[in-house]
Design a protein around this ligand. Structure first.
Ligand SMILES: *Cc1c(COP(=O)(O)O)cnc(C)c1O
Length: 344
């Protein structure tokens, strides 16, 4: 019996097709990307920028780096970022906003990681020597800790307006933006229009082994390249990884709907288990549910483990399942079967 890994979509490995593509690339296209000479990296950057209708893109080792570079360029010491208390940039990037950029956060709460334009407007600091200067609004779509929740695009447009009227930058942590596009039947170009910068991940549901892209205008990406180098993220023959990224963008977006259907399937099964408190609304490839107490969380995780299924406790008596392309219909059937045998 093989292990089914529901801990994260970051655990996904390249499919045989992707691996074959990586091996089939013309070696003459590979070069030193710090010199800008890797043609596959350049193609990946151009492809991603075009997809979102933005001027330029930069290939980076991780989504943490793309987010942190963007925040660094949009802010500075004594400035403030408006973001959600559950957001990756605040919670999971090692305190990078403070450590890398000297900025503080004004946090938003509730609603599964989503907040309103009115809340943003109310959070903007007045020009007063006591206050930090508000510089940036950062949102996450889909919201990881919000159970893969999608933003309402109308609200994004409204926040973009508020940002424009108040000279604030607007950054999208789009680690799973393609899940949102598929779930809401939206277009990447819509998003490129609203944001000053966008971070997208290739190594989550899209199945590439490594890599994220930062998108923005020419001047922004020119500066981003300098910060990437300073922080040790300049990569040399990165074209092999860029090939995986190109394969991911060209082949693995549409299939995300399969992960979304499987998430719904698991959600349905979960409604029957004992000890359940609530399931966050399932919109994409993430299922987050809360058990009545910590003992039940451990009991369920042990029960899954016994059947070679890995899942994460993410705190607050909550367990997270994440669907991705390394799982099969049989795997999902097994997960449901194992859940059906859980007794408290
Ligand atoms: C995974 C993720 C990132 C980037 O994470 P890395 O592991 O650094 O690539 C950023 N934001 C969100 C919401 C994520 O889920």
């Amino acid at each position: 019996m093989h292990t089914i890994d529901l801990r994260s979509d970051t655990v996904s490995k390249p499919s045989p097709d992707m691996l074959a593509y990586m091996q089939s690339i013309d070696q003459s296209l590979i070069g030193d990307d710090v010199f800008g000479e890797d043609q596959l990296v350049n193609e990946l950057q151009t492809t991603a920028a075009k997809l979102f209708g933005m001027e330029a893109a930069l290939f980076c080792p991780s989504g943490t780096m793309t987010n942190q570079i963007a925040i660094h360029l949009h802010t500075g010491p004594g400035t403030e970022v408006i973001c959600h208390e559950q957001s990756h940039v605040f919670l999971y990037e090692g305190g990078g906003i403070a450590a890398n950029s000297g900025a503080s956060c004004l946090l938003q709460y509730g609603n599964n990681g989503v907040f309103s334009a009115a809340a943003v407007e109310a959070a903007i600091r007045k020009d007063d020597v006591h206050f930090p200067r508000t510089k940036l609004v950062c949102i996450e779509n889909t919201v990881n800790r919000g159970g893969g929740a999608c933003w309402d695009f109308n609200e994004i447009e409204k926040i973009a307006k508020v940002c424009q009227n108040n000279q604030l930058a607007f950054h999208l942590d789009g680690a799973r933006i393609f899940n949102a596009l598929i779930a809401k039947n939206e277009n990447a170009l819509q998003y490129g229009n609203q944001f000053d910068s966008i971070s997208i991940c290739l190594s989550k549901g899209l199945g590439a082994p490594i890599g994220s892209l930062l998108l923005g205008n020419q001047a922004f990406i020119y500066n981003a390249k300098r910060i990437r180098k300073r922080w040790g993220g300049g990569m040399r023959q990165a074209g092999y990884m860029a090939a995986a990224g190109l394969f991911a963008l060209n082949n693995n977006i549409k299939r995300l709907e399969i992960d979304h259907l499987r998430a719904k399937q698991i959600e349905k099964q979960l409604t029957h288990i004992g000890g359940l408190k609530e399931i966050l609304p399932v919109e994409t490839n993430i299922v987050i549910f809360e058990m009545l107490n910590l003992g039940l969380v451990q009991k369920l995780i042990n029960h899954l483990q016994l059947h070679q299924i890995k899942a994460n406790h993410i705190g607050n008596n909550r367990i997270r399942f994440v669907l991705h392309l390394n799982q099969s219909n049989e795997d999902i059937a097994r997960v449901c079967e194992v859940l059906s045998h859980f007794s408290i």
